[in-house]
Write a protein that binds this ligand. Structure first.
Ligand code: NAD
Length: 270
């Protein structure tokens, strides 16, 4: 099996990455950073986001597995002390492949069109003040937005930034995009829906800049600043990201453990 490892860069993550390479040799795995079949992320959710973007251009050919060296992550579900068990299972078991939807945008500026994919979300924020944008759904005007920003999240990203701005948590089997507001202005003059909306796979949404403005575009953990954005078209990507699962850990159990702190017996952990 061809594999690559990406670690967070701290001492524990680096030493686990070294240990993984040693165990991998013993099990006959082949280290191949250019064309891996499995990418092992060691660190946290941020490390997995980085791993995703490193391999985004070959996303249909790779599958990810995450080892966390801090708190339980949404994408990193193996603990540091389970590394040997993980490698053993990678060598002997056929994993279940879980596929999650991704979001895709086409960004049009005064000079070019570029495409990006995200695992968690895209956000748009006004840099110098209020973001002013027209939002169209399926080529028809939906609303005029004024406020701090807009979050366009995937189902697996719905537990991240989207949740902080009051968006719903969406199971990753629902192929959709969620558009949530960050501090929209609502009064007698300006009006937005105020709640988040979910678009199904076959719908698209355009966010059209309505003034000369500097806009910060974030793509998961990455940020780009633009002063000439004309519009952004958002849709559910035709590609998906794959995770290898050697043991079950359902999405709802992940949500419960991460946000509510209950274990399977109903006890609350601090
Ligand atoms: P970070 O180190 O600031 O991490 C933010 C937190 O988000 C971490 O606790 C991480 O575990 C958690 N997280 C990441 N993906 C998640 C997911 N899908 N579900 C639940 N929690 C998740 O930043 P980073 O590591 O560079 O990660 C970037 C992510 O941080 C962005 O994709 C965004 O979702 C999130 N973020 C959240 C807020 C907010 O909630 N107000 C603000 C900025 C960024």
């Amino acid at each position: 099996m061809k594999y690559a490892v990406i670690d967070r860069g701290d001492a524990l993550s680096k030493s686990l990455a070294e240990k993984f390479h040693q165990l991998a040799v013993e099990h006959g795995f082949v280290r191949n950073e250019e064309a891996p079949e499995i990418v092992v992320s060691i660190g946290g959710d941020g490390t997995l986001l980085q791993a995703f973007h490193n391999y985004v251009n070959q996303i249909t050919d790779v599958a990810f597995v995450g080892v966390h060296t801090g708190h339980l992550g949404f994408y990193a579900d193996w603990q540091a002390d389970e590394l040997e068990q993980l490698v053993r299972m990678m060598a002997t078991e056929t994993p279940r492949i879980v596929r999650y939807p991704l979001a895709e945008i086409e960004l049009e500026t005064a000079t070019e069109k570029c495409h990006y994919m995200s695992l968690n979300e895209f956000t748009l924020k006004g840099v110098d003040g209020t973001l002013v944008a027209q939002i169209n759904v399926n080529d028809e005007l939906f609303e005029m937005f004024r406020g701090d920003g807009i979050v366009i999240s995937t189902p697996s990203g719905s537990t991240a930034y989207n949740k902080s701005v009051g968006g719903a948590i969406v199971h990753p089997s629902i192929e959709s995009l969620q558009i949530a507001e960050i501090a929209s202005i609502n009064n007698r003059v300006f009006r937005t829906l105020g709640s988040s909306v979910m678009l199904p796979k076959h719908h698209h949404c355009d966010i059209i800049s309505k003034k000369e403005q500097r806009i910060l575009l974030t793509i998961d953990h990455l940020s780009l600043m633009h002063s000439d954005i004309k519009s952004i078209r958002c849709c559910v990507s035709s590609r998906k990201v794959s995770f290898v699962r050697y043991r079950p850990f359902t999405f709802w159990n992940r949500v419960r453990e991460a946000f509510l702190g209950y274990d399977a017996s109903g006890e609350r952990k601090e």
